[in-house]
Ligand binder design. Sequence first.
Ligand SMILES: [Zn+2]
Ligand SMILES: [Zn+2]
Length: 141
Amino acid sequence: MRFAPDSVDALLFTVALGNTDPAASKTGLDEIATVPTLMAVVEVNRMLRDAGALPFLMRHDHFDWHLHATEANAPLAERIRVEVSLALADVIRSGESGRMRVCGAPDCAGLLLDLSRNGSKQFCSVRCGNRMNQLAYRERA
Ligand SMILES: [Zn+2]
Ligand SMILES: [Zn+2]
């Protein structure tokens, strides 16, 4: 496992959120994934500070020990921002910022989280993958 399981969950959630209608994503988290590490660090720190995040360990339901950093009654958007900030902190600390990037299809701005062993994932979705494969095939023909 490359990142903590709850980090992976939060990152996949961010990718899904970022890849829906961009107007629907008000968190601004999708932008962080695409900027250089140093800028991402500044943004992540700002989001944690703005939320007054104080990390503490929790174990509940069927989830093993993981970090919470907001009160349970904090607004949903703030809880999401903080959870994803912690996940991004995990990514940055492990020197794997490149694992979160924009889709390789030139006409797509979708995000992808690359959890493959060799970091070879190229596209945000099967749809983009198929589309680009078809294009490549036609160019060969
Ligand atoms: Zn929890
Ligand atoms: Zn795509």
